[in-house]
Design a protein around this ligand. Structure first.
Ligand SMILES: [Mn+2]
Length: 223
């Protein structure tokens, strides 16, 4: 079983409560968008949308290749709405709000500000800051939060989250590929098998099929 400090449990619950609120939501992350930020943002937006919430994803640098395949990528905007008042804002994968490319102080007006990050230099900001440098990706952290809340994640949402987990581990080749990932993705799949499959992915370049294979967790629904 994963062990988490009590304070992390508390902040994860606070985040879940905020995500359970009416929104609308604004989900964003760092400039120079990567698979972890985009995969997490789109996975979270998908989950929120399935619950009838409005969720706008803003990526200052848009959706670079090869992430156009991510579900909801076409709806990502590169400009922030003029005023975040009343929105629940989620800033992913960065220790500094300004690294989103939003104007300085922009998020001060947000109704509620959530920061989820795994950078060790993150001192924590916003109304609920969940910072876990031991997590290999923010996508993994969000997957765990939703799982903890008993939330079901559809295949498209899980594909997006998986993409974050995949990219921040270098396709399961980096040394941050750990048991926490295999527990999350599929308790039956040992880490060395994931690594082996990632090598096949690199050859086949068939990410979506590959991704689907790994999303067999009980909270991931097939349809
Ligand atoms: Mn990351």
């Amino acid at each position: 079983m994963r062990k988490s400090p009590g304070e992390n449990t508390t902040v994860r619950r606070a985040i879940l409560r905020a995500l359970d609120g009416p929104g609308p939501f604004l989900v964003t992350g760092h400039v120079k968008a990567d698979g972890d930020f985009l995969g997490t943002a789109l996975g979270l937006a998908r989950w929120l949308g399935a619950r009838g919430r409005k969720a706008l994803v803003v990526s200052k640098d848009g959706v670079p290749d090869p992430y156009g395949f991510l579900p909801g990528a076409e709806a990502v905007r590169s400009e922030f709405p003029p005023d975040p008042s009343g929105r629940t804002a989620v800033i992913l994968d960065t220790p500094l709000a300004d690294r989103t490319g939003a104007p300085p102080g922009y998020f001060d007006a947000a109704g509620f500000l959530i920061n989820i990050d795994h950078h060790p230099d993150n001192a924590g900001f916003g109304d609920a800051a969940y910072v876990d440098p031991s997590a290999s990706s923010v996508a993994l952290m969000v997957f765990e939060i939703l799982e903890e809340g008993g939330a079901s994640i559809d295949e498209a949402g899980a594909t997006a989250l998986y993409t974050g987990i995949f990219t921040d581990t270098g396709g399961f080749r980096f040394t941050n590929t750990d048991a926490r990932i295999t527990e999350t993705m599929d308790p039956q799949t040992p880490a060395d098998e994931l690594v082996d499959r990632s090598r096949r992915l690199a050859r086949l370049q068939a990410p979506t099929d590959f991704i689907a294979i790994h999303l067999r967790h009980h909270n991931v629904q097939k349809h």
